[in-house]
Design a binder for this molecule. Structure first.
Ligand code: TYM
Length: 374
């Protein structure tokens, strides 16, 4: 084993707001892989900061589901963690993409990171394709992944269902995602519930590699919000809210106008009855809307239920729309500013430069362990 293990006291803040679904953090003593060949971890008050990494695909419009399940947590984590957030353009091409649309969406998603509140002076924002080590480690890990593991992935099953020709990239997608995470000795991966299975495979691959070639990768932990890990469609609460749904009324896009948002929420499906109570089993539609309400207002689910006791769905839906608009309007204003500033290219370049050295060092050590001549 080449990496020295060192004990470090790690102070994790408690920015707990259960209504917003942030995980509770505590003071902890942990063992940390400090291998200087793999990049230096940032310090906070003399203590090692945990490293956080996550990514979002630039395939279509981002939705309120992406915001609540992922972006909102990226923003909260950036203050006391060393954060790496990327637009995963190499993942996007696992389904067909028009080159011009891919360019536009990539810039749009990177700008939405900043518009949501990610501060490029705190967190590194970059494009996956700007750091070639992703593709290279992706291949190395593909050779360590079993067909059976990939066949079990529900995202692959969903995305390939009913299609005649399925690109091989869609199948090996999880090995590339594992590379994204393992390249940076990542501690925490903030994602929505749908990515849990990919995270489990990442952990399995890291353990398999470490067992076969010696301790190389840190085993990452998922960071999944308690409230809002799976925001459902507005027209059918049995389906995840998704940008790829052909019915635009089923999702709120982060760039929808306030009037579109009001219209979509007023038309959203509700369960029979009229009580605003959180009961995902028996009242999945209203429970989903309550989750959105809680996340956008900062209230707990209990406080939302108490506020609308005996009032029915009408007022609840109207107020819900205003809370969502209050989150989205400033975000859109910031989005327009960043897009028109022409700054995004520089931010992405600087981000890739910052993280690139860490990625290169990990890749080098993986190749050395696997027997490549360096
Ligand atoms: P993607 O682009 O589909 O989604 C980005 C993030 O948004 C979350 N999300 C949701 N959360 C709650 N409710 C929803 N309806 C909802 N829809 C999406 C996703 O869980 C995700 O966190 N494979 C990943 C991208 C990726 C990645 C990575 C993530 C590639 N490499 C490394 C983390 C680390 C994906 O397709 O996410």
């Amino acid at each position: 084993m080449r990496g020295h293990q060192k004990l470090s006291l790690c102070l994790r803040s408690s920015f707990i707001d259960h209504s917003r679904g942030h995980q509770k953090l505590s003071l902890c003593l942990r063992s940390s892989f400090i291998d200087h060949s793999r990049g230096h971890q940032k310090l906070l008050g003399g203590l090692f900061m945990k490293r956080v990494l996550s990514g979002i695909q630039p395939s279509g419009k981002l939705t309120l589901g992406n915001y609540i399940g992922a972006l909102q947590n990226f923003v909260a984590l950036q203050h006391e963690h060393e954060c790496y957030f990327m637009v995963v353009d190499l993942h996007a091409i696992t389904v067909p993409q028009e080159p011009a649309a891919l360019r536009e969406q990539t810039e749009s998603v990177a700008s939405l990171f900043i518009a949501s509140g990610i501060d490029p002076s705190k967190a590194s924002i970059f494009l996956q394709s700007h750091v070639p080590a992703h593709a290279e480690l992706g291949w190395l890990l593909t050779t360590q992944t079993y067909m059976g593991e990939l066949e079990r992935m529900t995202q692959f099953k969903d995305k390939s269902a009913g299609k005649d020709s399925i690109g091989a990239g869609l199948f090996v997608y999880p090995s590339l995602m594992a590379a994204d995470i393992l390249l940076y000795n990542t501690d925490l991966v903030p994602v929505g519930d749908d990515q849990k299975q990919h995270l489990e495979l990442t952990r399995d691959l890291a353990q398999r590699f470490n067992h076969k070639y010696g301790a190389t990768f840190k085993i990452p932990e998922p960071f999944i919000p308690k409230v809002g890990a799976r925001i459902m469609s507005l027209d059918d609460a049995s389906k995840k809210m998704s940008k790829s749904n052909p019915n635009p009324g089923s999702y709120i896009a982060l760039l929808d106008s306030p009037d579109e948002i009001r219209k979509k929420l007023s038309r959203s499906t509700t369960d029979s009855g009229r009580e605003v109570i959180f009961d995902p089993q028996n009242k999945p539609e209203i429970s989903n809307l309550m989750t959105i309400y809680a996340n956008c207002s900062g209230l707990t689910l209990e406080a939302v239920a108490a506020r609308y006791e005996g009032q029915g769905y009408g007022q609840f839906k109207k107020d819900l729309a205003e809370h969502v608009v209050q989150v989205i309007e400033p975000l859109q204003e910031k989005y327009r500013t960043i897009r028109s500033s022409g700054e995004i290219g520089r931010i992405l370049k600087e981000g890739a430069e910052r993280v690139g050295t860490v990625a290169e060092q990990t890749l080098r050590s993986v190749k050395e362990r696997m027997g490549f001549l360096l």
